[in-house]
Design a protein around this ligand. Structure first.
Ligand code: CP
Length: 327
C-alpha cells in the first residue's frame, strides 16, 4: 500500500515568511513604492545573474502553468523564458482550443486542474475579472497576464522598470508621461497610469475621441492628486514629454469594424515628428505594433520599445521567484 507523504502541502526550502510568498498578482492597485523598490531590486539582481550565468537553479523543481486564452508573443514567451532561466519547468497552454476548455470546461475547473500539476499559474483571458476568478479558485499563486480590457499588471511593472532603467534612477518624480493611441481598450495604460500615481508625475492622454482614457481610471488618478489632461493632438504636448507611451489601436476590441477604420492610423510616430521631442526622452510601446511607430524610428536611441521587452524578462523572473518564496 502506498504511503502518503506527511505534509504534502508544505513547501520545502521556500521562505514561507516572505511577504510575497504565495501571493497573487492581479492588479497594481494595492502596490506601494516600497513594493516597487523591492520588485525592481530583485529584477536588477536577475538582470545581473542572466548577464553573468544565463540560467541558474533558483526555481529548480518548480513548475509554471502558462495558460493563455488570448494570443501573446511577449508575455507568454517571457514568462516561459523567466521560468526556464530560473531552472524551473513550464506547462505551456497557448491555444486553449486544444485543451479541455474546448469541451466546455470552466475557467475555475481548468485552474483547479492546473494547480494539481503546477506551483504557479500565469493567466491571460479576454474577460475583465477573469484573473480574480482564477485566484479565487486556486490555492497556488495566480499572475494576471492581461484580463480583457481590465489590467495587465506585470506589463505595468516592466514598463515602470524600463522608465527607471532608461531615465536616471530615482528621477521619475517631476517627469511628464504622455500616453498615446487607444487609451480606452489599452489595458497596459490603465495599469501604468494607476502605478504612476505613486510618483510625482504629470500625465497627458492623447487619443481619438472614441478611445479616451476611461473615467474610472481618470477618477483614480485625480483622487491621488496627479495632474492629468486630455488632448486630441500630439503636437501640443510632445516637446514637454519625457516618456511617450504609444499604444496600438486594437482592432480585435471593436464591435463595429467601421469604428476601427475611422481611427486606425490616427497617430503615427516617425523620425520627422520626433524632431519636436526632447533629445533626452524615451518612446515606449507594449507591442505588438501595427503602424503607429514607423520602423524608420527604430534606430533612434530614444526608441526604447525593444529594450522594454528585455526588461520584462527580469521583472517576470523577479515576480516568479518572489511568489514562490525564493526572493
Ligand atoms: N505586451 C504584450 O502584452 O504583448 P503580447 O500580447 O505579445 O503578450
Amino acid at each position: 500500500m502506498p504511503t502518503s507523504p506527511q505534509s504534502p502541502h508544505l513547501p520545502f526550502g521556500d521562505n514561507v515568511h516572505s511577504p510575497w510568498y504565495g501571493k497573487d498578482v492581479l492588479s497594481v492597485k494595492n502596490l506601494d513604492r516600497k513594493d516597487l523598490e523591492y520588485i525592481f531590486g530583485v529584477a536588477h539582481e536577475m538582470h545581473g545573474m542572466v548577464d553573468r550565468v544565463g540560467s541558474f537553479d533558483l526555481l529548480k523543481g518548480k513548475i509554471l502553468a502558462n495558460l493563455f486564452y488570448e494570443p501573446s508573443t511577449r508575455t507568454s514567451s517571457s514568462f516561459h523564458a523567466a521560468m526556464e532561466r530560473l531552472g524551473g519547468s513550464v506547462i505551456p497552454i497557448n491555444n486553449v482550443k486544444y485543451s479541455s476548455v474546448s469541451k466546455g470546461e470552466s475557467l475555475a475547473d481548468t485552474i483547479r486542474t492546473l494547480e494539481c500539476y503546477a506551483d504557479v499559474i500565469v493567466l491571460r483571458h479576454p474577460e475583465v475579472g477573469s484573473a480574480a476568478i482564477a485566484a479565487e479558485a486556486a490555492e497556488k499563486p495566480v499572475l494576471n497576464a492581461g484580463d480583457g480590457v481590465g489590467e495587465h499588471p506585470t506589463q505595468a511593472l516592466l514598463d515602470l522598470f524600463t522608465i527607471f532603467s532608461e531615465l536616471d534612477i530615482g528621477e521619475i518624480d517631476g517627469k511628464t508621461i504622455t500616453m498615446l493611441g487607444d487609451l480606452k481598450y489599452g489595458r497596459t495604460v490603465h495599469s501604468l497610469a494607476r502605478l504612476l500615481t505613486l510618483y510625482d508625475v504629470k500625465l497627458n492622454y492623447v487619443s481619438p475621441d472614441i478611445l479616451k482614457m476611461p473615467q474610472e481610471v481618470m477618477d483614480e488618478v485625480a483622487a491621488k492628486g496627479i495632474p492629468q489632461a486630455e488632448y486630441s493632438s500630439l503636437e501640443e504636448v510632445l516637446p514637454e514629454t519625457d516618456v511617450l507611451y504609444v499604444t496600438r489601436v486594437q482592432k480585435e476590441r471593436f464591435k463595429n469594424p467601421g469604428d476601427y477604420e475611422k481611427v486606425a492610423g490616427s497617430f503615427v510616430i516617425n523620425t520627422e515628428i520626433m524632431k519636436a521631442a526632447k533629445e533626452q526622452m524615451i518612446v515606449m510601446h507594449p507591442l505588438p505594433r501595427v503602424n503607429e511607430i514607423s520602423p524608420d524610428f527604430d534606430k533612434d536611441p530614444r526608441a526604447a520599445y525593444f529594450r522594454q521587452m528585455e526588461y520584462g524578462l527580469y521583472v517576470r523572473m523577479a515576480l516568479l521567484a518572489m511568489v514562490l518564496g525564493k526572493a
